[in-house]
Write a protein that binds this ligand. Structure first.
Ligand code: 4AD
Ligand code: MG
Length: 433
């Protein structure tokens, strides 16, 4: 049995058998108290006579048979098991994780830190986010596909590519499934995928990983506004379903969900040019390339982490920043025919400083324009021959977006660092465990 089933008044007085691990242990003269953790992360207090448990250590694996009783003093819900029998599977060696540990040690021992209640709570929220993200697409008639992870070309700029030796040629780890999804819409219609994406991010930030879970979608015959409507519906659905399913975990994480409860379409569309005006009016400064000097932000600058934080500091719902200059966006972004130099593209920024969680928009569908853009970015169009074929054979207006699962989980759980939102984080300095 599991603690979730047992902590229920109908079990009081009944005998149960439960398996798990010694999460906490308080040995006293006659009786000892074990906080047992089951394999779903739930805990219950078990009382056993001290002579029975003498050998036990933290994280030993055990099975206890005993009678359920209700006692308001029992932690975690007021139920406990008066243990009669104890079976020991393994006596754990001295456990390296104590109550207060440095973040670094917890990362080094992540294979064990997954057993902490904080990690269990976040993992459950993450599972719900993945589940409801998938569910939204399935229920709305989008087809699930997968794209290759080993690829030949950059999607999001060459500077964050991971190179690998692929037999006798060079290849890369995929930064985004987008180009492949674009190929699929001609025969499969609206498609989505959930695949790992890789970025050799050199800087250390609380929102970049070298490997992340990327939820991406692409559809034919859509424009920017159609894509934004998909994004806001998807995110609202995931947020609401997750806070309902994981109310207990979010409470454990001390996440006040009152702002999340308000998340529903429509999200504000903030034109990029307005965003720059707002930042300028607040005297916002950005660092020059040398890092030492600062200057006012200007039209044409990309939005940095700090500028996104400033724009979303006070808002409770996500916002879209729409119409970035194409110069700061990749080659595939379609230029707005009404506004020279402006892209039909938008980023969704999560509230309270969390910043970008999606990027998407309309794709350039004209072969000459996209070839010119590639050349301007220093890309060799020949390396994208198959992709350019998509503009050669029945090109259609189309668009899509990518959502970073860890960014979304970070916002929902209010996690300080994106590393907390993934079970085994990969960063520049960490490929283990
Ligand atoms: O903004 P990005 O780079 O856009 C794309 O890759 C598009 N090709 C997606 C598409 O249109 N199909 O990445 C999309 C999202 C970001 O908004 C962010 O949430 C997440 O992926 N992301 C990262 N998450 C964690 N660590 C990183 N290094 C990330 N880079 C991007
Ligand atoms: Mg982006």
């Amino acid at each position: 049995m599991r603690t979730g089933e047992i902590k229920n008044s109908s079990f009081v007085g009944k005998e149960v058998t439960i398996r798990g691990w010694v999460h906490r242990l308080r040995k006293q003269k006659e009786n000892s108290f074990i906080l047992l953790r089951d394999d779903r992360g739930g805990v219950i207090q078990c009382v056993l006579s001290t002579d029975k448990i003498a050998a036990l250590t933290i994280e030993s694996s055990i099975e206890i048979t005993g009678t359920v009783s209700q006692d308001p003093r029992a932690p975690e819900g007021g139920f406990e098991i008066k243990g009669k029998e104890l079976k020991i599977f393994n006596i754990a060696a001295e456990y390296p994780i104590g109550e207060y540990q440095s973040d670094e040690l917890l990362l080094d021992k992540r294979h064990l830190a997954l057993r902490t209640r904080k990690m269990i709570a976040i993992a459950k929220v993450r599972a719900s986010v993945l589940h409801f993200g998938r569910q939204w697409f399935v229920e709305n008639g989008w087809m699930e596909v997968t794209a290759p992870i080993i690829v030949k070309g950059a999607v999001e700029g060459g500077s964050t590519l991971f190179k690998l030796r692929y037999f006798d040629q060079d290849a890369y780890l995929s930064q985004s499934a987008q180009l492949y999804l674009e190929a699929m819409i001609f025969s499969l219609g609206p498609v989505w995928s959930l695949t790992p994406s890789f970025r050799a991010e050199k800087s250390r930030t609380v929102r970049h990983l070298a490997e992340f879970s990327h939820l991406e979608a692409e559809a034919p015959w859509v424009d920017l506004e159609d894509i934004l409507r998909v994004e806001e519906k998807l995110v609202s659905y995931v947020v609401h379903s997750t806070i309902e399913e994981r109310a207990e975990e979010l409470e454990f994480l001390k996440r006040d969900i009152s702002d999340l409860q308000k998340v529903e379409p429509p999200f504000e569309r903030l034109p990029y040019s307005r965003a720059i005006d707002i930042l300028r009016s607040r005297g916002f400064q950005i660092s020059e390339d040398d890092g030492a000097t600062k200057r006012s932000i200007e039209f044409g600058d990309d939005l940095s982490i700090e500028s996104e934080r400033e724009l979303t500091r006070e808002v409770e719902k996500p916002i879209f920043v729409v119409g970035y200059p194409i110069a700061v966006k990749p080659f595939y972004v379609k230029e707005d025919p009404q506004h020279h130099g402006i892209g039909l593209t938008a980023d969704m920024l999560a509230p309270r400083g969390f910043g970008e969680i999606t990027s998407g928009g309309q794709r350039e569908d004209n072969i000459d324009s996209i070839t010119k853009r590639m050349l301007k970015e220093g890309l060799n169009p020949e390396a994208y021959a198959w992709y350019l074929d998509l503009r050669r054979y029945g090109s259609v207006p189309h668009g899509g977006f990518g959502l970073g699962i860890e960014r979304l989980v970070r916002w929902i759980t209010n996690a300080e660092d994106i590393k907390d939102t993934v079970l085994f984080p990969r960063t520049r300095s960490r490929v283990e465990p």
